[in-house]
Structure formats: C-alpha cells, structure tokens
Design a protein around this ligand. Structure first.
Ligand SMILES: Cc1ncc(COP(=O)(O)O)c(C=O)c1O
Length: 492
C-alpha cells in the first residue's frame, strides 16, 4: 500500500510528476488530512512507492519546504510544518462523571477519582503479560458477548467471597464500567414497558441526567441516615430502582438491615427490579464487618453492578454485572445490538489479576492507605471546621460533610477555591438543591495524608470567614458533641 492513500502520480496527466506530488501534498495539508508534525516518508521510499525517480520527490519536497508547508528536521526526515495548525478539536462532551473545566488549585478534594498514583503498575503489567503470552489465536477472536469464561469464573468466585453475591459464572456480564451496564439496563427495562426508574435523592447528579438522556424518567426517593426510604419508594409506583446500599452516594449512609428487608419485600411484592450500584463496596474502611451485597437477599430481583473505577482506575473502563437469570437473555440480546463485547486482553489480564491474588493484595494496600487518609480528614475536620460533621460509613474515596444550617455552601466552595482548595458542594447531588441542607463532599483518595491536613486547615480558614460578608452566618456555632441533628435533607 502506498504511504498515503491519495498521493499518486499519473503519467497521462499534462502536469509534470513533481507538480502532481507537490499539489496533492499541499492539498492534503490544507484540508487537514495531513496533520502538523506528520512525518513524511524518505524521498527514496516515496519514489519507490510511486515508481518515479528519487529526484522527482526531492524536488517536490524542496518546493514545499520553501513554501513553508513542510520542514526538514535534521536526523528525522521531513515533516508537515507545525504551524500548519489543524482546526481546534471540538469541545468534548462531559462524561458521566466529570465537571468540565476545572480551575487550577493546589489541593483537589473533589471526590470520585481514585488515587491514580496508587495503581499497581507492576502487578497489572505482569497479569497483562501472562494473559497475552497465554492467549492463543482463538482467544483473540471476538469475545463472548458476556465476557471471557475464565474471567466470569474468577469474578463469580470473587463476588461470592468478597461481597456475598449469590451468582454463577453464567450470570456474570463483563461491561465497560457501570455506566455501560446502566445504559443497557435502561434499554432492557424500556423494552419491557418500564420508563420510570426510582433513584435515591441525593444521588450522583450525572446518573440522574444519564437516565433522562437514555429515555427513562428518574423518580426521586428521599434518603436518610438509614438509606433509601422504602415507604416513599413504594408510593411512587415505580417498578425499578437504582440504589447504592453499601455506601449511599454521596451521603455515605449504609442501608440498614430493616430497610434491606423492606426493599426486597417491595421488589418481590411488586415484581420490581433493584439495580444495586456497588461502586465502592470493596473499599470498606471501617474496622467492623462490611455490609454484604443486597443482591444475596433476592438474587432473582436484584441486578448487582460492580466496577474497577474506584478500586483500580476509571480509565480501565471495566465493570461487571451479576444478573438475575430472567434478565440474562434480554440483556445479551440488547448488547448484541450495541457492541460485540469488551476488550478481551483486559478481561484475560483481570482474570489473571484476580487468580494470582494481586487484586486482594492491592485492595488491602489501598484500604490501608485510604483509612489513614480518612482518619487524617476526620481529625482535621474536627480541629478546623467546628460544627461540621462527617456523615455515613467510612468507605470508598469520599466523605459527606454536613455543615451547620445556615452555612452558605456555594460561598464556602468559592472561598475555599480562593485558598487553592477545590471541593464540591453537596447540593449539586440533590434534585432540589435549594431545599437541601448545606454540605461538602470531600474526596481524600488523591491527596496524601499530610496534604489532607493542610487542605482541611485552609478549608477551615475559609469556613471561619463565614459571616464576614460572604454569606449568612449560622445562627449559632455547634460544638462537636452537639452536631446538627439532621444529616440529610428529605426532599420529595
Ligand atoms: C455512584 C457511582 N456509581 C458508579 C460509578 C462507576 O461508574 P463507572 O464504572 O462507569 O466508571 C461511579 C464512579 O465514580 C459512581 O460515583
């Protein structure tokens, strides 16, 4: 194949060969098909490609260099000149979880991102290498739609022992993250006549938006310190609900045993689906036993979803579902219209990562690191933000900081930024932010322990400024022992 699809010469043309090469290259550069910096083949190579003498190409290159289209770089041949700038890339659409433009700040306490510096490069590389070297030609064919058999077996075992999920390898579906799983589930439910999905309020605001964009109507259901309000859920008439039972996003509440029972009773009585988003279930940081997956109480009604985004890295785009038997065929059918399965090499590598115990060891290290950071956060909050209180269970990558009533959340976020601390307010996660109690969501996974102490001290200084013209001051100061009574807004 020629170096460039369009660079060719015709001996029947009235144009000399040099001019033909020259004008095609000029046109392709101007059209943006040949990008700035693109390396051109050597004159010898291109001459051979086109069946012309080398001097023809040398002359064409020479003229384009003189005109400024190309440049000769000593030791690395000829390239399209860098100033032939390509049109700017269109702005990327925000993904499910990002914020768009973010101002620079010394401390980034936004939740959501794993401490990417803690990625187990060596172990992942070893698993990848083993997976690739063990893969025969057949393994590199289109993967089974629901995932490689080896991985589904490892995942079923892992989920059974680590999260108490009652499933079989045949019910595991490997996905490109929970986002893909949720989109697929929404479509399957729509096809079954379900066009309203109940969601926790607060919840991840982008998940709410995502549901709307895929044609579902999100129905908000209030959350309190025990998790989702199941009585309120049953009054909605919805036949599906998306929940985060282990560690409610963002409040951190763990669904209590009574609520769990009530939720699965609701699902059985109304023949409804529960979608369990166990986004950070393997990062339980409390000393006591971690809550098992809700799925085990009603495997026939609960679709369990997990992800590697918090435990490993979101960039892997890797997640999984444990699917009730009845939903397997519809999900596979729907998926077959969308894609042809997930990247097989990553799947085989992850199977190896699980089999070799690397994942368990990695999680132990990560939990230990996050525990230290979370402790630093808790202590610094106590010291520097009197009256504020961390709510919910110690798990995952973020903490929900409840602020005294009357605190101007938006003003605090702004003042923190002026002190180079980037934080998110809690209200953005509520369907009706104006009714929500003030709060901050503090991510501690991406900042080292000492940084957390410094960042919270700066945040505390911004907090102490309240009432100095930046927003209404709280009616009174709370001491740590007299924290505000209600942690979360019950919004309708
Ligand atoms: C509430 C919640 N669910 C799920 C996810 C994971 O989504 P994904 O697996 O698509 O990265 C996240 C990621 O940050 C999240 O915050």
């Amino acid at each position: 194949m020629a170096w460039h699809a369009l660079v060719d010469v015709s001996r029947n043309s009235a144009l000399p060969l040099t001019a033909q090469i020259e004008s095609t290259l000029r046109n392709e550069i101007s059209a943006g098909a040949l990008h700035p910096g693109t390396r051109l083949p050597s004159s010898r190579q291109l001459a051979e490609d086109l069946g012309v003498s080398r001097s023809v190409v040398v002359e064409a290159y020479g003229r384009l260099i003189a005109e400024g289209y190309l440049e000769a770089v000593r030791g690395s041949g000829t390239r399209v000149a860098p100033h032939m700038a390509a049109p700017p890339a269109p702005p990327g659409l925000p993904t499910l979880l990002d914020d768009g433009l973010v101002p620079p700040a010394r401390w980034d306490l936004r939740g959501g991102t794993a401490g990417l510096t803690g990625f187990p490069h060596r172990e992942w590389l070893a698993s990848y290498q083993r997976a690739l070297s063990g893969a025969g030609p057949h393994d590199l064919d289109y993967p089974p739609l629901s995932g490689a058999a080896a991985l589904r077996e490892e995942l079923a075992q892992y989920l059974g022992r680590a999260r108490g999920v009652l499933t079989t390898p045949g019910q595991i579906m490997v996905m490109s993250g929970f986002a893909q799983a949720l989109g697929l589930l929404c479509s399957v439910l729509s096809a079954d006549g379900i066009d309203r999905i109940a969601m926790e309020d607060p919840c991840h605001h982008r998940q709410r938006q995502f549901l709307q964009e895929v044609g579902q109507r999100p129905v908000p259901v209030p959350v309190d310190a025990e998790g989702i309000d199941v009585d309120a859920l049953s009054r909605t008439g919805a036949r599906a609900v998306l929940v985060t039972p282990a560690h409610q996003f963002p409040t951190g509440a763990t669904l209590t045993a009574q609520r769990r029972e009530a939720l699965v009773r609701w699902a059985r009585d109304t023949d409804a689906w529960v979608i369990e988003d166990d986004y950070d279930g393997d990062l339980w940081l409390e000393r006591g036993a971690r809550p098992p997956a809700l799925q085990r109480l009603a495997p026939e009604h609960v679709v369990y979803g997990g992800t590697a985004s918090k435990s490993l890295a979101p960039g892997l785009r890797f997640g999984w579902l444990a699917v009730p038997a009845r939903l397997l065929a519809p999900l596979e059918r729907m998926r077959s219209h969308r894609d042809l399965g997930s990247d097989i090499v990553t799947q085989l590598a992850f199977a190896e990562f699980l089999r070799s115990g690397h994942f368990d060891r990695h999680l132990r290290r990560r939990r230990a690191r996050y525990r230290v950071r979370r402790e630093a956060l808790t202590q610094s909050v106590r010291r520097h933000l009197p009256g504020a209180r961390i709510a919910g269970a110690a798990a995952g990558l973020h903490a929900y900081l409840s602020l005294p009533p009357g605190t101007d959340e938006a003003a605090l976020v702004e003042r923190a930024l002026r002190r180079s601390v980037l934080v998110r307010g809690g209200r953005r996660y509520h369907r009706r932010p104006e009714l929500a109690a003030p709060a901050l969501v503090l991510g501690y996974a991406a900042v080292p322990r000492t940084g957390i102490a410094e960042a919270v001290e700066a945040l505390g200084a911004a907090y102490a400024e309240r009432g100095e013209g930046a927003g209404p001051a709280p009616a009174r100061k709370f001491s740590n022992s007299a924290a505000p009574p209600s942690v979360m807004m019950l919004s309708g």
